[in-house]
Design a protein around this ligand. Sequence first.
Ligand code: AHR
Length: 515
Amino acid sequence: MREVRVRLHRSLAIGDTDPRLFGAFVEHLGRCVYGGIFEPSHPSADGRGFRQDVLALVQQLSPTIMRYPGGNFVSGYNWEDGVGPLASRPRRLDLAWLSTETNHFGTNEFIDWCQLAGIEPMLAVNLGTRGADAARHLVEYCNHPAGTTLSDLRRAHGWERPHGVKFWCLGNEMDGPWQIESKTAREYGRVATETAKMMRWVDPSLELAVCGSSGRNMPTFGTWEETVLEHTFDHVDYISLHTYINNYAGDTAAFLASPDLMDNFIDEVVAIADAVAARRDSSKRIMLSFDEWNVWYRTRRTPEARTRPDWPVAPPILEEIYNVEDALVFGGMCISLLNHADRVKVGCLAQLVNVIAPIMTETGGPAWRQTIFWPFAHFSTLGRGRVLRAEIDSPTYSATYFDPRGSQDLYFPVPEAPYLKLAAVHDERTCALTVFALNRSLTEEMPLRITVTGFSKPVIEETIQLQDSDIKAVNTKEQPDRIKPWPLDRVHAEGDDIYALLRPASWNVIRVGVK
Ligand code: AHR
């Protein structure tokens, strides 16, 4: 491949990454909670039942904010079931995942776990089977200091100080027919508005996210956002986006190109939100909360998904095993998020443990990292700062991405995917410039030259690559480190230029010291 050129200038920036961009998600789903973060009988569990081996990996992964308790689960959840003495917590049928929910873990345990992990909690309220009244009661239970029945109930349960949860999601995927009590955009817009008003009357400091479409391929995408924001614009701060990328077609080139459609999705939602603002002569900008994103397809739409007649507790479902190509696509998604740091202020990798997750466990056994763990850890630990607007001159390829919707086959063209997908972040505090670079060519090495101006001469400080000659290779309990990052050897700096040779189908991180 010919030399690929990138130009970066210190003062040409997209925006600063918000710490909340690097979040993840814990749902009552399969073994994410039970057997994931919480397993009282596990040898590594502390006195509260939190697995310390999982916690250590979470800390290495470094998510900043954690969404809870769903997902689809939240649309049938009674928050009251998950608080108070264990013995009196009910067992319930969970209609979202056809499981039995024991309620041995609930809101207070989640808050404790977040405190232990040093992670900000994000709560979603049930706007499926419940509504504004249950939502404002949950806010009062969590955030009101004392002196009312609900705040005193929290104190009686053992949590004297208020939880101070700031970020709240107004329901989950309310446009999806699979959602418990899904709604039309008008129905949802009304309920979300009234819920937001009441939650903020209880605690004016809340930040609220309204549900956008559950995917760009939804038939109502666009009109949903417009109608919902016409209702809620004055009452919310964020609109949500969800994307799960697939390789059903077995077309790796198209799979690798597909994060570019995530860029389009973000641009489209920004345009709709700003059009709603313009119609009201408002300078307010609704920010984006990309609160579910990942690769997910092998354990999706399976025939067993709607047949689980024995209502199991914490069944091993959605346990997607990620290979190298998944990690590359996942890295591409990280780059898309970084390159929209001006408007995407919140991101949640879905999910954290066992369920479409970077961390896997065996119940009673070990915990290990999946391939996607690595790009997320790089993104989260090195992606803090100001994202620079990169000028990229790369050869391109065209692809067609297959993204089915129900029984309908949908195809999305990606006419000009640059072989290089890249984001660059300047962190003033650490005097570091970090480049995240994905070589999407499956066969060719990429000679890369990055010219950085406005800084002192760059000094290479750290290089990382993730690739393997077997793009389908995975990590397992037996071989937990089969896929792990290595230093990228062929990198050097000369004057204002950084030169690197990127292997075919590789995720690369180059960190340079700059002044
Ligand atoms: O993350 C798995 C599921 O995907 C979530 O519960 C739901 O919101 C989405 O459809």
